[in-house]
Design a protein around this ligand. Sequence first.
Ligand SMILES: *Cc1c(COP(=O)(O)O)cnc(C)c1O
Length: 399
Amino acid sequence: MISENPVTFGGIVKTNVEIPFHKPYITEDEIAEVLDSLRSGWLTMGPKTVLFEEQFRDYLGAPHAVSMNSCTAALHLALLAAGIKEGDEVILPAMTFTATAEVVTYLRAIPVLADVDVDTCNIDAAAIEEKMTEKTRAIIPVHFAGQPCDMDEICDLAAGRNLTVIEDAAHAIPARYKNRMVGTIGDLTCFSFYATKSLTTGEGGMVTTADDAWAERMRTLRLHGISRDAWKRYTSEGTWYYEVMEAGYKYNMTDIQAALGLAQLRKVDWMWQRRQQIAGIYTEKFKAIPEVQTPVVKADRESGWHLYVVRLVPDALTIDRNRFIDELKEAGTMASVHFIPLYRHPYYQNTFQYSPRGFKSSEKIYEQILSLPIYPGMADEDAEQVIESVDYVVRKFRR
Ligand SMILES: *Cc1c(COP(=O)(O)O)cnc(C)c1O
């Protein structure tokens, strides 16, 4: 068993045994909201989904928020709304989860990988420019670990070529770039509510956009391509009659998911503050461990701190990153790696002939990075315990 409290009910509870990599912050509030859905008899997309969309939209200050059953679905429909077609090229970072690129292949378009900034692991604007061709139609910046990308530079590049900017904000709820909320910057922004993400509905996603027509199209596409408010056909307000406008998808959120989302949204700022505090403890204490490099956040933006990614200083230890993670586990701290660069996976190598060549920064970073536990239910003592296990492993294998 990972801990005595796999689910924390309404508080920060110190874990004595092992520090898991992640625990969702689920309280009686989430449970009551889900029970309310179950008791109401309305299980799938309905009033709570609509309310969650409205509250999410208002929280960010975005004109439209369209819910989905995942961020992957959100990215897919964002690309469709933007009109991406077979043979088009879409530029995205090499350092991301496969979902960012796989959706491009759904449309038989080509995911073009760009190298990342060596300090932030975010897509590098200069690398984007290098990868632009006549066929480029969109850019998908990923806000790595929750830190917003260089959006002014990226949006300028896009505007000059009439490209669509679709942000992968799976890590960035909430996050701010030059005092603007992520979700109000690019043309379309996609969020994830997967179980390990900073706001969870178990599985779920959302697209925000200022474009009325795109929002409308995504609302139609997520529910079989049926004309707007298709879900109302089973209510007293609705009618049995509907029209299928195009071949759509089954990508809608359910009211059970939205119930979780509504409760999570009420504490989204508190959860963020708590992650900021944990990050603050880590960054302060790791100053005494020069073998471990702490994350760099640029001055004009605020990270969502979905992940706390440290880097092992090259040649400072006698063991590599993989062994470091194994040793940390022995010491009671579960760590992970975000991400294995896409060009290292067989699919992307075999299909697009990608290789580590040309991705100098991603290659360098990949060998050094590990993600430490950071979530709101952690007690300060849990963070201290993580630091102690890192310190223990560093001392043991210091050169
Ligand atoms: C989690 C994640 C996704 C996919 O989110 P789902 O909601 O699981 O579909 C996409 N991009 C990044 C960077 C992610 O971390």
